[in-house]
Every structure is written in structure tokens, then in C-alpha cells.
Design a protein around this ligand. Structure first.
Ligand SMILES: Nc1ncnc2c1ncn2[C@@H]1O[C@H](COP(=O)(O)OP(=O)(O)OP(=O)(O)O)[C@@H](O)[C@H]1O
Ligand SMILES: [Mg+2]
Length: 347
């Protein structure tokens, strides 16, 4: 059996969760038939789909070969040429400005802030893309209500970002077969997936590319700073995180690698009781200001802990698209302060 015929059979193997087969996705690296054995090498890194692809390949070739040897190679582009933080690459030349949203700590509201800043910018008429760089915990699709969408490809083999509330979104959450599929990736694989999101997504021309970072100060933050000329960054913290070293680590990392800091957002600053609207400083107050002063960076704003921010966010409706003017104003003011900080006028 020759390679072309084998390739034709492999054309019947569908990548789980996508409408495309493994041949048109160009994942086949090598087909090596030898007697009753065939070796097939594929450049697929997502371990969660290995089992399904393996069994489909067995099905389409079981009548032709006795032994089927399948190898998954992790890196599609092994010779990636990485930039460095002094002179970063620009893998997103389609974006005028790049905003990174980060924090040293998990669960402080980075994704909620990223989504609301993105939508607030779109409401001002800007073209906005949101890149979810949290490959292990991608929750932005749910926050803008596109978590049931599956990744589509255009005729030029570029991934089509999901769209809602005027923003384009790309997230690993859109590529996994189910939203709760766990990703078991080495960080080098996660980094190549993000580089693919920068280069192989049909973003179109963007005014702003907003990047929702994973928690921490690790590989992904560093890679983004090496591969993109980040225009500014937003550091999200909660008042109680200020008593730890996490925020300081995030600020220090960006200072050290030369990423400009647009300012600090203090999230879950105080609690507004839904019944009485009374304000409670559960975690104390003044922490955001303190950290801003210590590192000489602006405090872009404070967002209270409210039931509705969590509820609307879980329901796929960011605060800035709700009817609650007070709630909208927190994120709009932050966006306005950030633009002012970047020297861009509020239109
Ligand atoms: N101001 C707020 N009031 C109430 N709930 C909030 C607020 N900000 C964020 N939340 C909720 O807190 C949870 C964590 O927020 P979010 O996912 O934005 O944090 P994160 O920093 O991105 O987390 P991770 O580190 O896991 O990526 C979410 O359920 C979100 O809806
Ligand atoms: Mg997040």
C-alpha cells in the first residue's frame, strides 16, 4: 500500500472537537509503510486527543497493516526562533497596542478584568482581540458566553476567533473537545500553543490585543514579553494579596524584563451589601494605594466585591454590558485611566 493511499485513509480521521481531519490540519509528519507495518508520525501536542486519534487510525488501517506504529511529536515548529525581552519579537504586528493583564496570584480577578476592559474598549469603537493565555484554566469563553462554540478554521487554514459583545476571543477553551477536558501539557507545549494563537488566528487588524495571563510569574509571562512588544500592563490584586509578596513579585518581574506597567487594579476591594448597599471593608483598605506608592505606579481603580459581578460573569455577561451603571463605571473608569496612562485620549 502506498503513502498516498494511506494518506487518503487518514483523511477519515477527525480531530476531536474540530470539524477537520488530521490530514487537512497538516498534522501528518511522516508515513512509513514497510511490509505489514506502518509508522505514522503526527505533530499533535494535545494529549487529551491522542486516544481518540489513535483508535481512529487503527480503524481506518486495520485491514491493511498488522502493526501500526503511531508517534505523536510535540512541536510543530521545533525551530521556533524566540525573541528576548530587550528586543522582543513582534508576533502580533496586526495589533496597534498590546495590553497584558496579570497578577502574582490566582483567583484575584484577572480574567474578569481582562474581559471587561476588552468589552469597554470595544464599546468605545475600538477593534479588540482578547487572547486567553491561561492554557490550563481557560475561563474567558464562559465569561463572554461562547463556551459552547467550537473552533472553526477558514479557507486559509487560520483559526477563526469567537466573537461576542464586539470582541474577538481566542482561548484553549475553544479547542478542547469538552470544556472540562483537562490539559496535560508541558510548559514548552503551552508556549507553542500560544505562539500559534498569535500567528495562526484570523484576528484581522486590531487596535488592542488584550492578554489574560495565567496566575504567577512563569514561562508564559516571560514568553509573551519576549514574543510581543507589550505596550502596557495591568496588575490585578486583592487587598489581602497585598499583605503577601505576590503582587510585588508580579510588579518586580515586569519591571525587570522591561514591560511597562500601566497601573494596579484593586479588585474585591470592599463589599457592598445587596440589600442595604452598605459598604464593608472586609479586607481592610488602602492596600492598592500602598502598593502603587511603593512601586511608583498608578492605581487605576478599585472594584468592590459584589454578588452581581460574579453572577453575570458566570452567566456569560460581563459587568460592562449589564444595565447596572454603577457596576459598569468601575471597569469603564479603569479603562479610561489606562488609556490616559498610555497617552490615548478617551473618545
Ligand atoms: N469584583 C468581584 N466581585 C465578585 N466576584 C468577582 C469579582 N471579581 C471576580 N469575581 C469572581 O471571582 C472568581 C475569580 O475571578 P477570575 O476568574 O476573574 O480570577 P483570575 O485571577 O482570572 O483567576 P485565575 O488565576 O484562576 O485565572 C470568578 O468567579 C469571578 O466571577
Ligand atoms: Mg483567569
Amino acid at each position: 500500500m502506498n503513502k498516498r493511499l494511506i494518506e487518503k485513509r487518514l483523511g477519515g480521521v477527525i480531530y476531536p472537537g474540530l470539524d477537520k481531519d488530521i490530514v487537512s490540519l497538516k498534522t501528518i509528519q511522516k508515513i512509513e509503510p514497510k511490509g505489514d507495518t506502518v509508522r505514522i508520525e503526527l505533530t499533535i501536542a494535545n494529549e487529551s486527543v491522542f486516544e481518540s486519534i489513535e483508535s481512529q487510525i487503527h480503524d481506518v488501517l486495520k485491514n491493511d497493516f498488522k502493526f501500526i506504529d503511531i508517534a505523536f511529536l510535540a512541536n510543530k515548529k521545533p525551530s521556533l526562533n524566540y525573541g528576548n525581552t530587550n528586543k522582543p519579537n513582534n508576533r502580533a504586528s496586526y495589533a496597534k497596542y498590546i495590553i497584558a493583564v496579570t497578577s502574582g496570584k490566582g483567583g484575584v480577578g484577572k480574567s474578569t478584568v481582562s474581559v471587561n476592559i476588552s468589552v469597554a474598549l470595544a464599546q468605545l469603537g475600538y477593534k479588540v482581540g482578547l487572547l486567553d493565555a491561561d492554557v490550563y484554566g481557560p475561563n474567558t469563553p464562559r465569561m463572554i458566553g461562547v463556551n459552547d462554540e467550537k473552533l472553526q478554521w477558514n479557507d486559509e487554514d487560520k483559526m477563526i476567533p469567537s466573537e461576542n459583545y464586539g470582541i474577538k476571543l481566542m482561548s484553549v477553551g475553544l479547542t478542547t473537545p469538552k470544556s472540562d477536558t483537562p490539559l496535560v501539557w508541558r510548559s514548552s507545549v503551552a508556549v507553542s500553543a500560544l505562539i500559534q494563537f498569535l500567528e495562526d488566528v484570523a484576528w484581522g487588524e486590531l487596535d488592542f490585543l488584550v492578554i489574560d495571563m495565567p496566575p504567577g510569574t512563569g514561562d508564559i509571562q516571560l514568553t509573551m514579553a519576549q514574543e510581543l512588544p507589550i505596550s502596557t500592563s495591568v496588575i490585578v490584586t486583592t487587598p489581602q494579596a497585598i499583605s503577601t509578596d505576590d503582587v510585588s513579585r508580579a510588579v518586580m518581574m515586569f519591571k525587570e524584563i522591561g514591560v511597562p506597567i500601566g497601573g494596579i487594579v484593586e479588585n474585591m476591594s470592599y463589599f457592598i451589601a445587596p440589600d442595604t448597599r452598605a459598604r464593608y471593608d472586609i479586607f481592610g483598605s488602602g492596600g492598592g494605594e500602598m502598593i502603587a506608592k511603593r512601586y511608583n505606579v498608578p492605581l487605576l481603580g478599585q472594584i468592590p466585591l459584589t454578588m452581581s459581578i460574579r453572577e453575570t460573569s458566570d452567566a456569560g455577561k460581563p459587568a460592562v454590558v449589564t444595565d447596572d451603571e454603577t457596576q459598569k463605571s468601575y471597569y469603564r473608569n479603569i479603562t479610561q485611566n489606562l488609556l490616559a496612562q498610555m497617552g490615548i485620549l478617551w473618545l
